[in-house]
Write a protein that binds this ligand. Structure first.
Ligand code: MLC
Ligand code: AMP
Length: 511
């Protein structure tokens, strides 16, 4: 079934009740009814239909968060195309790669970016570039206004593509994880049941909608339950706190919890109607888990997932299913298989640390146009290698203790050291570089670069390197600090010993 059809069927009978209330942005509060979501997505889907796009066309979207951006996602599903969300921090070289690789038939960008985005997209073969602003403006809405507000959703089989999410690999080049209607719908239904979504639940939505967490876990959760969302275009801890008393469910990356804990008004009264706080995308520190319990009386439910798999494991929601334990990501979700194996692929016993591998209806179809990479990431018996390292404890709870992939997670965003190193290595004055993640009180991990100066030329200036990087890669990837050294520590095999660099700089952001 088309995922949109399943979501649409879950809309409440009272179509004129509020589906989304904006909490910030121009004109807030704006109330969007379920009927508005249905009609607006129909108009956009009709616009897409009118373009007579080939089957399986990708629609790449890099826009600021808005309700209309969510409607566009629904419209792409509805029309049966493949949604390709892009972080709005990406710069032109990053966008050029995604457009070149995915070859989208349609690109939607922010109005202020139309000039440079269209200069990338049209030569790459994209036929249509629309704009969508965060003030209900842009050519997408202007054009959609001419179309009917009725639309029959395209039939889609569960194994047909619904979305492609780009996620990087060890090589630093991003791979498009192909997610099907079946992947997304099965996961959304599993979470609806496991997290015990209730009639009357209200979700505070404060995450970006270009990644799994905000787009799928949070939005699908509310839509599939017919639940109202209080919609933030940007996370602001004080503003979110002010709306918690009206809400029952909140989802965030650990940084959001850390920042909310920084608000003096965070207490049991502010959370009196809350039913569920969910954390994921990065490890939640046990201190944050405990401080939250103390301040609010609520136990955060930590879960674990990936772009390639949507959600994999979760701490229990209902008391009958068990206790929520800090420092763990709970149990495999119903229908999901998780195993821990050693380097040879042999399954390990509880307590033993190894590679996490997973299986289930939620596991993606493969990387876009990269069959070899896809084959590399699956075992011969078709378990997906997550690149995460963990263990089961004696009670069956899963703990993530590290990663075998060289990845930094900063404020819930993934940063691939290899990508940053390759950009740094091309800069004048830089002979080579090593990028590591070190503990950061706000972002969990912060990106730090260590560079070796090229002999015979003036040593590069760290702040100049940072400034140059800001023009080339998304700001969240830019190292917070750069150190210039004479040489990188290497082992006998000549491999850079990143553990020594991490150790050396671990106290950089302490306190
Ligand atoms: C912003 N900055 C960051 C950053 N976010 N730096 C490092 N890491 C981050 N995550 C930098 C900006 O570049 C800028 O730097 C400065 O901080 C202020 O920018 P801002 O835009 O004002 O930041 P802010 O709005 O405060 O954003 C912080 C944040 C945001 C935590 C709210 O990063 C965020 O929404 N994170 C959530 C990411 C997420 O949804 N992840 C889910 C992935 S899905 P400068 O130098 O320019 O001033 C996934 C699967 C799963 O992983 O399991 O869910
Ligand atoms: P992404 O590629 O953005 O989907 O990020 C997925 C990665 O985020 C996983 O492979 C994990 O390394 C990490 N991750 C997600 N949730 C958690 C969690 N609760 N604890 C630790 N790591 C997590």
């Amino acid at each position: 079934m088309n995922l949109f059809t399943a979501l649409r069927q879950a809309f409440p009978a009272a179509l004129d009740s509020t589906a989304i209330e904006t909490a910030d942005g121009p004109g807030a509060p704006l109330h969007y009814s379920w009927r508005d979501l249905d009609r607006a997505s129909a108009m956009m889907a009709n616009l897409l239909d009118s373009l007579a796009l080939p089957a399986g066309s990708r629609v790449a979207v890099q826009v600021d968060k808005s309700v209309e951006a969510l409607v566009l996602y629904l419209a792409v599903l509805r029309a049966g195309h493949v949604y390709l969300p892009l972080n709005n921090g990406y710069q032109s070289a990053e966008i050029a790669y995604f457009i070149g690789n995915a070859e989208p038939a349609v690109v939607v960008c922010a109005p202020q970016n139309f000039g440079w985005v269209s200069q990338i997209a049209f030569p790459a073969g994209t036929k249509h570039v629309f704009t969508l602003g965060d003030q209900r403006n842009g050519t997408l809405l202007e054009r959609a206004a001419f179309h009917s507000d009725r639309h029959t959703p395209a039939e889609r089989r569960p194994d047909e593509l619904a979305a492609i999410l780009y996620t990087s690999g060890t090589t630093g080049r991003s791979k498009g994880a192909m997610l099907t209607h079946g992947n997304l719908l099965s996961n959304a239904r599993t979470l609806k049941a496991y997290w015990d979504w209730q009639p009357g639940d209200v979700l505070v939505h404060a995450l970006p909608i270009f990644h799994v967490h905000g787009l799928f876990v949070a939005s699908h959760g509310a839509l599939l339950n017919g639940s109202k969302m209080i919609w933030f275009s940007k996370f602001d801890p004080a503003a979110v706190l002010a709306r918690l008393p009206e809400a029952t469910v909140f989802m965030g990356v650990p940084t959001l919890y850390v920042r909310l804990l920084g608000e003096r008004g965070l207490n049991t009264a502010a959370c009196k109607n809350m039913r569920l706080f969910v954390s994921g995308s990065a490890p939640l520190l046990i201190e944050t888990f405990q401080d939250w319990q103390q301040r609010t009386g609520h136990t955060i439910l930590e879960r674990y997932g990936m772009s390639e798999t949507v959600m994999l494991t979760s701490n229990p929601c209902r008391a009958a299913d068990g206790q929520r334990r800090g420092g763990t990501v709970g149990f495999a979700l119903p229908g999901v298989g998780v195993r821990v194996v050693d380097d040879q692929g042999l399954t390990l016993a509880a307590g033993e640390v190894g590679h996490l591998q997973v299986k289930g209806p939620n596991v993606f179809k493969g990387y876009w146009r990269m069959p070899e990479k896809t084959a590399d990431e699956f075992t011969s018996d078709l378990w997906f290698k997550t690149g995460d390292v963990g263990k089961f404890d004696a009670d069956g709870y899963i703990h993530i203790v590290g990663r075998s992939k060289d990845l930094i997670i900063s404020g819930g965003y993934n940063v691939y050291p290899a990508e940053i190193e390759s950009v740094l290595n091309e800069m004048p004055g830089v002979a080579e570089s090593a990028v590591v993640g070190v503990p950061h009180p706000d972002f969990g991990e912060a990106v730090v670069a260590v560079v070796v100066a090229r002999p015979g030329v003036p040593a590069p200036d760290p702040s100049a390197l940072i400034a140059t990087l800001k023009g080339r890669i998304a700001a969240f990837k830019v190292p917070k600090r750069v150190f210039v050294v004479a040489e990188l520590p290497r082992n006998a095999m000549g491999k850079v010993q990143k553990n020594l660099l991490r150790d050396e700089h671990k106290g950089l952001f302490a306190g």
